[in-house]
Write a new protein. Sequence first.
Length: 156
Amino acid sequence: MSEDKLITCPRCGSDACYETQEAYNLVNRMCYGCGFMTHNYMKEDSEFLNEQLEVLPELYKDLTFVDDNGYYWIPSTVNLPDKGMVYVNGTGKDNWGWTAIPVVEIPEDEKERFPIKGKEGEYHTHKMDNSSSKNFTERDYIEALDYIGVFESETK
């Protein structure tokens, strides 16, 4: 059973940091103020953290923040097939922000060009619309999520 609550983000001071406690004592923390996340496997010398640091882009590594409890906070990447993508973009820790790319529906007559890997006869329904990408400042993470429709209701 999970327990959810809002906490103050140690990185940016926002009160929009969502903490979820899951089974097996897994505690996830996601700040909607700054866009950084951590969990209790993101501590120095943990195998999980070391694996992440091996594959993360250099910019993500440069932006990593370590809080007073030793948790490593990294920028999140959101990739929702029916909404879009939000990720960190920039040239270094002094020049970065968020890029948001919404998706568009793939027209029926183009779907065969977008097969789902490993699923014979199935096709993606949406694709990234790079022409509509938009850049946001470091403190505008929630606006980037809003741009791709994360907060839109599914009911019409």
